[in-house]
Ligand binder design. Structure first.
Ligand code: HEC
Length: 135
């Protein structure tokens, strides 16, 4: 009898782990599902559209913004980035993007993105969310 308790404890522990795994799995897949459908384009994106396209691999003055999520900065194939962006050494996420869009030149000195940045923090966040949903 006493030899069964540890087994039961382990079984209980495993159940908790599985339950946690399922919960984490659910929230992740919900996020992925949401991300497969691009968010509606915010009005402020009109400024970006002067230089950027959102179709995969279609570069304009600036690189295509498709598939930016979790991509290393300055790594889009077929676009010639500045050394500043090529050597940035980070991966794009919401935080990085929202900060960059407020003031590209302060965030990445030497970038060739000739754009002063979005003044409004909320606007920068909604543009970042939209761009990261393009995948
Ligand atoms: C006047 C043209 C211009 C405008 C306007 C502009 N960009 Fe850019 N953008 C560029 C150029 C050029 C680059 C490449 C910069 C470099 O190589 O240093 C770039 C680079 C980027 C990158 C880095 C891409 C990568 O693959 O690492 C992001 C992200 C970006 N722009 C987003 C935006 C967003 C969002 C807006 C609107 C708020 C915007 N840009 C407005 C020209 C522009």
């Amino acid at each position: 009898m006493p030899r069964r308790s540890p087994t039961r404890l382990i079984a209980a522990g495993a159940t908790v782990v599985v339950a946690l795994g399922l919960t984490a799995g659910c929230s992740k897949s919900a996020g992925d599902r949401a991300a497969t459908k691009p968010l509606p384009q915010p009005t402020a994106f009109a400024e970006c559209a002067r230089c950027h396209r959102v179709e995969p691999g279609v570069h304009d003055v600036g690189p295509s913004l498709w598939g930016l999520s979790e991509r290393r900065a300055g790594s889009a194939l077929g676009y010639s980035f500045s050394p500043a962006l090529r050597g940035a050494g980070f991966t794009w996420d919401r935080q990085r993007l929202a900060v960059f869009l407020r003031d590209p030149h302060k965030t990445l000195p030497g970038t060739r993105m000739l754009y002063p940045g979005l003044e409004d923090a909320k606007e920068a966040e909604s543009v970042a969310d939209y761009v990261l949903s393009l995948r």
